[in-house]
Write a protein that binds this ligand. Structure first.
Ligand code: HSE
Length: 323
């Protein structure tokens, strides 16, 4: 039986969730692949941290080359987070002929051109389904079975932390600070929650969505954005009086005259709109296509096991193609 060998970069929150998800569903995954799937090497400094998984010390390595120069490794999973050194490591792996899977929206959005060029150069797969919408299968269908559409609009609730904060403020009258703390305890927030609450994380995800849907790469730093730090109880009441809820929306539109607009900002959403029912840390991506009409992809947008599900989905697709 063919064995697919994986090098994992990062054994933090998401790395541990992915490792655990593979242990939980190994039988199902290996049946889909038609071979065995094994994480043989892990690049991680914090070896001694208590984790609810079985990892042997021999699996840990301390240099990226131990993985990229290992001819037995087929796939690299990058779950370090942040633009660097993740982008450099992904590029190195792609140029070394390894297929790469990542959940790292910051690296994919910032280094889009460089990383896709590297994958093209060596003819390997570069997949990042988990980078937008956590566990929601959204990029693969948008780039695959729905790609025959001319897309005209995307409205996304693509940050779980801010959706959770706005939900708690709206439904439970919780203060902004308490709701943020709660989201951090639950493991949705970034290490530095500034990226969440200032809309930077949502801009990274919008950059990826626009590249996939409209074939336009806009670096995340060029996306106009406003976060949720200025949202007060008064604003939430004002929305309620207009039969609306406030959501942090990542929005891009291809207009009839050919112009293209994009932004991330808190938006009043009418209560009857499907996006208004996206609660807690859930995410949704609502799109319009000229053939299919309106579609909404909905599900858990953050968290170790949902993100692990999307990562392993990409791994399984690649592993199947290798087998
Ligand atoms: N901090 C991100 C969020 C994690 O809250 O959505 C998932 O990308």
């Amino acid at each position: 039986m063919k064995e697919i060998r994986i090098g994992l970069l990062g054994l933090g929150n998401i790395g541990t969730g992915t490792y655990k998800a593979l242990e939980m569903n190994r039988e199902k995954i290996e049946k889909l692949v038609g071979g065995s799937v094994k994480i043989t090497k892990i690049l991680e400094k914090d070896i001694d941290r208590e984790r609810d998984i079985t990892v042997s010390k021999e699996q840990f390595v301390d240099s990226i080359e131990a993985i990229t120069e290992d001819p037995d490794i087929d796939i690299v999973i990058e779950l370090l987070g942040g633009v660097e050194p993740a982008s450099t490591f992904i590029e190195k792996a792609l140029l070394a002929g390894k297929h790469v899977v990542t959940a790292n929206k910051a690296a994919v959005a910032a280094s889009w051109e460089k990383l896709n060029a590297a994958a093209k150069k060596t003819g390997v797969q570069f997949r990042f389904e988990a980078s937008v919408g956590g566990g929601i299968p959204v990029l693969t269908p948008l780039a695959g079975c729905a790609a025959v559409n001319q897309y005209t609009e995307v409205l996304g609730i693509v940050n779980g932390t801010t959706n959770y904060i706005l939900y708690k403020m709206t439904e439970e009258g919780m203060s902004y600070e308490d709701a943020l703390k709660d989201a951090q305890v639950k493991g949705f927030a970034e290490a530095d929650p500034t990226a969440d609450v200032e809309g930077i994380d949502a801009a990274n995800k919008l950059s990826i969505l626009m590249a996939i849907m409209f074939d336009r790469y806009i670096p995340p730093t060029q996306i106009p954005r406003a976060g949720i730090t200025g949202i007060t109880k008064e604003k939430i009441e004002e929305a309620r009086e207009q039969d609306c809820v406030i959501k942090l929306i990542a929005h891009a539109t291809l207009h009839d005259d050919g112009s293209f607009t994009y932004e991330v900002r808190p938006t009043f959403i009418k209560n009857y709109h499907p996006l208004a029912g996206v609660l807690e840390e859930y995410n949704a991506v609502y799109i319009k296509g000229n053939l299919v009409g309106k579609l909404m992809f909905y599900g858990p947008g953050a968290g170790p096991l949902p993100t692990g599900s999307a990562v392993l989905g990409d791994v399984t697709e690649i592993a199947r193609s290798i087998v």
